[in-house]
Design a binder for this molecule. Structure first.
Ligand code: HEC
Ligand code: HEC
Length: 340
């Protein structure tokens, strides 16, 4: 849709929400008409202030400032309240809610219509392993010390692990609302699995690079090309892991028999080639094997089955064309393997 057509649709929708009262030509305006005029003026101001916040952020390569957007809404609330304090303009909270929804939808549509970052040639699989431990993928030095952003969270970990995306956003991409809702990996940080849908590629890119206080500021460690790979992974590689893993019992919901066949040979799985039939050929350290990870942390297991192990030749089941059902089957079989 062209921008002017979009604007037209949005304004028509707003007018419908506000239920216009046309004035007879030449007549003095009625309180109802003044009410409509005031509400439209308040709405117009909201849209222009919001777009001002967004343009300021876009010009600096940042995500829009939440304080700026909140102020715009506060001003709107005041102007709307003032309109409804006059005669002929009864309070109508439902209508106000509808207007705010229309404005939000209009702004989102507008932002998507404007040129966004192109991620069609970005590498989703590389993004998936970067999410895990980016320095093992891009050859950057292992980060020393604790990630400054991590110190602003409730997390109690220290050192290089605090720089991994998964440490705050979770193996299940649900952050504080998933497996990291409690325990030694709790940080209180939001998940990403259904949040990124509300962001443009540019906003996701800027959030990762963002040098502002409280931002990630990965600009020195992760190249723009790899940030694009992360954007594509976040946009297309995430899923609701509850579909594959019972969040309470941790049991994988697949078919272990089919998983066993995929684990043993071919079909893009072939885990046994490196990990052995019992998953114990490689010790990940301190007596941890495929069966240990699959049972203790099935979300990590599924992420690794899907994308591989950073800096190792372990294949990605997604790249090899295995379906989510097949990936879940492999995890289900892996849960039957020895844990020690
Ligand atoms: C130290 C914890 C931490 C780590 C590690 C971390 N993040 Fe975040 N991330 C946050 C916090 C906190 C927010 C929420 C910021 C906010 O509320 O605006 C966030 C938000 C985001 C958002 C959403 C931005 C928005 O506008 O909603 C994206 C995308 C994101 N992170 C991607 C990543 C990626 C990719 C990595 C790894 C390269 C990563 N994060 C590593 C803490 C972290
Ligand atoms: C080409 C060899 C190879 C294949 C095939 C392979 N892996 Fe791996 N895998 C590795 C290597 C190497 C590691 C890293 C070991 C380490 O860090 O000590 C690894 C790591 C892992 C880990 C995570 C260990 C950790 O704690 O970080 C899991 C889980 C795992 N593999 C499961 C699987 C499953 C399931 C399959 C089949 C879908 C599979 N692997 C296929 C080589 C392979």
């Amino acid at each position: 849709m062209s921008k002017s057509a979009l604007t037209f649709v949005a304004i028509t929708a707003l007018l419908t929400v506000l239920a216009a009262n046309p004035a007879p030509a030449g007549a003095a305006s009625t309180p109802e008409q003044k009410c409509l005029a005031r509400k439209l003026a308040a709405t117009g101001k909201l849209v222009s202030t919001d777009l001002g916040c967004r343009s300021k952020a876009a010009g600096k390569g940042l995500t829009p400032d939440a304080v700026c957007l909140a102020k715009a809404e506060e001003k709107f609330n005041k102007a709307w309240g003032k309109a409804e304090s006059k005669p002929g303009c009864p309070a109508d909270p439902a209508q106000k809610g509808d207007v705010l929804d229309e404005v939000e939808a209009f702004e989102q549509a507008l932002i998507v219509t404007l040129p966004d970052l192109n991620i069609s040639s970005a590498d989703t699989q590389r993004g998936g392993v970067l999410y895990d431990a980016w320095w093992k993928v891009n050859g950057a030095p292992t980060p020393s010390g604790t990630f400054p952003l991590y110190t602003t969270t409730f997390g109690t970990q220290t050192g290089s692990t605090t720089w991994r995306c998964k440490e705050c956003h979770g193996w299940d991409y649900k952050g504080k609302d998933g497996a990291y809702a409690s325990g030694s990996h709790y940080t209180g940080v939001q998940g990403l699995w259904n949040q990124v849908a509300g962001l443009t590629n540019r906003e996701i890119f800027n959030a990762i690079k963002n040098p502002a206080p409280g931002g990630h500021d990965f600009s020195a460690q992760i190249s723009d090309a790899d940030i694009l790979n992360l954007v594509r992974f976040l946009r297309e590689g995430l899923l609701d892991m509850d579909v594959s893993i019972n969040p309470t019992t941790k049991a994988a919901a697949g078919d272990a028999t089919n998983g066993s066949a995929l684990f043993a040979a071919g079909g893009g799985g072939a885990c046994a080639l490196c990990h052995g039939d019992d998953g114990k050929a490689i010790d990940f350290g301190g007596g941890e094997y495929v069966g240990t990870i699959a049972n203790d942390n099935p979300w990590e297991g599924l992420h690794k089955i899907r994308w591989g192990q950073p800096g190792e030749p372990m294949p990605s089941a997604v790249s090899n064309g295995l379906s989510l059902d097949e990936q879940t089957d492999i995890l289900t079989h892996a849960q039957t393997l020895p844990t020690s």
